[in-house]
Design a protein around this ligand. Structure first.
Ligand code: HAM
Length: 433
């Protein structure tokens, strides 16, 4: 009996994997340009890490975690996000004990949430993200939001809106929470079960509810901006002004609270302008107390994460399904009989040792089907080795872009191929313009 993939997981294969790698490459390069170093933390962590950080009122903790007891009876959880693990690592490795604050890390890897699978929503998905820990400057918030926007720019994803809000400081939030509690208490009887629970645990969470009937009630709720302290308002205005100065327009959305409990101050999300069929492409925010809550010193931080699946989805939409970096072989060697195939095997070996990507056929096939295979594999050149070529010590080389065919002496191939590939790439660049 065939074994199916686990619900909500997906295989990423060949050209698609190339595009994933290309997206991850752009993320990595941009993070490094902004001064972030890579951090790789484990996929499994002790469950209390997420209870304390992501928070007991979040949907992630209440419904979505893959939690299990290991053979030693410890409760472990597959990470639903990566910020908590980075904080734990900063504490475990005393990374904070340095004069070189802020600490700046980026990460790429799989996360797990037991969500209902739908467009852009998986149970195993991948995130790229950054965390900057140890600066209180509003410029640190601006830097992170800018980096996110540059990632989207570099992938050609330009029809994007950046939503931003401030959850304020402790004082602002206390007052706001009380106002929300008062407002929603009057409406809670006709709201969903989740909202009823949220009212008790954290009324801010209600603003995140997606139930259409509840949304109407939420629209009339008090706005956080009327409750911001002068300090929090000043910080928010500074962030928005500076983003404008660096060319990033933002949309203030005073219902944006984000789904994780650790945020304080600035929160933000990146959405497509015209459609929101996969939800936020990425998001993040400032967290004042997170490091302290997982046992570290009193250092605040800010970070963001993108879902790579969602970046991929949007990238494909924008680029009309063209996969990125289709990395075919340089040469596809074609032989029609056992003798030619054996000769090709030695040629392939020499070419590969000289840094060329080479594919070839091992089974006898017609040239017609071999050309089809070479094309499907996005090979740049086909090399044909038939009886005439073997007799004359030559190779027939066909450029699969221009369809031009040339004869090359086998002994000269290493000399000639270098410039042939350079010409091929130059032509491609010309065509792209
Ligand atoms: P988040 O909004 O929960 O934030 O997730 C970030 C991104 O991960 C989302 O915008 C989305 O693209 C992607 N994502 C989330 N769930 C799924 C899913 N089930 N399937 C596919 N993609 C998904 C965080 O995780 C925070 N750690 C962000 C952050 C970093 N805040 C501060 N630092």
């Amino acid at each position: 009996m065939a074994i199916n993939p686990v619900k909500g997981t997906h295989d990423i294969i060949a050209d698609e994997a190339n595009t994933y790698s290309g997206i991850e490459y752009d993320c990595r390069i941009l993070a490094e340009l902004f001064g972030y170093s890579e951090i790789r933390t484990p996929i499994i962590e002790h469950t209390p890490l997420f209870l304390r950080s992501v928070g007991e009122s979040s949907d992630i903790v209440t419904k979505e975690m893959y939690t299990f007891d290991d053979k030693g009876g410890r409760s472990l959880t597959l990470r639903p996000e990566m910020t908590a693990g980075v904080m734990r690592s900063v504490v475990s490795n005393k990374l904070y004990a340095t004069n070189d604050l802020p600490l700046k890390y980026f990460y790429i890897g799989p996360c797990f949430r037991y969500e209902r699978p739908q467009a852009g929503r998986y149970r195993q998905f991948h995130q790229f993200g950054v965390e900057a820990i140890g600066s209180t400057s509003y410029l640190q918030d601006v830097e992170v939001i800018t980096l996110g926007k540059r990632v989207l720019d570099s992938l050609g994803i330009d029809k994007v809106k950046v939503l931003i809000n401030s959850l304020g400081d402790e004082e602002s939030r206390e007052n706001y929470r009380a106002a929300l509690k008062e407002y929603f208490s009057k409406h809670i009887d006709c709201m969903c079960e989740d909202c009823k629970r949220r009212l008790e645990v954290n009324p801010l969470r209600i603003l995140d509810c997606k139930v259409p009937e509840d949304r109407k009630i939420i629209e009339g709720a008090p706005k956080i901006h009327d409750y911001l302290s002068d300090v929090a308002r000043g910080h928010f205005d500074n962030v928005v002004d500076m983003l404008k100065k660096v060319g990033i327009d933002v949309e203030i959305d005073d219902t944006l609270v984000r789904g994780l409990d650790y945020y304080t101050g600035i929160v933000f999300e990146y959405h497509m302008n015209d459609s929101d069929d996969v939800g936020a492409i990425g998001g993040g925010g400032h967290y004042k107390n997170l490091l302290k809550e997982v046992g570290g010193p009193d250092l605040e931080g800010v970070g963001l994460s993108f879902g790579i699946e969602r970046l991929y989805y949007v990238y494909n939409k924008v680029n009309a399904g063209e996969e990125m970096f289709v990395n075919g072989p340089d040469f596809y060697l074609m032989g029609m009989d056992a003798h030619a195939i054996e000769l090709n095997f030695t040629l392939a070996n020499i070419l590969r040792m000289n840094g060329y990507a080479v594919e070839m056929n091992y089974e006898n096939k017609s040239f017609k089907s071999l050309f089809k295979i070479a094309e499907h594999k996005h090979s740049k050149f086909a090399i044909i080795v038939g009886e005439d070529e073997i007799r004359n010590g030559t190779l027939t080389v066909k450029n699969l872009n221009t369809q031009e065919q040339t004869t090359v002496k086998t002994d000269d191939m290493l000399l000639v191929f270098k410039s042939m590939l350079e010409d091929y790439m130059r032509d491609l660049r010309k065509e792209a313009k």
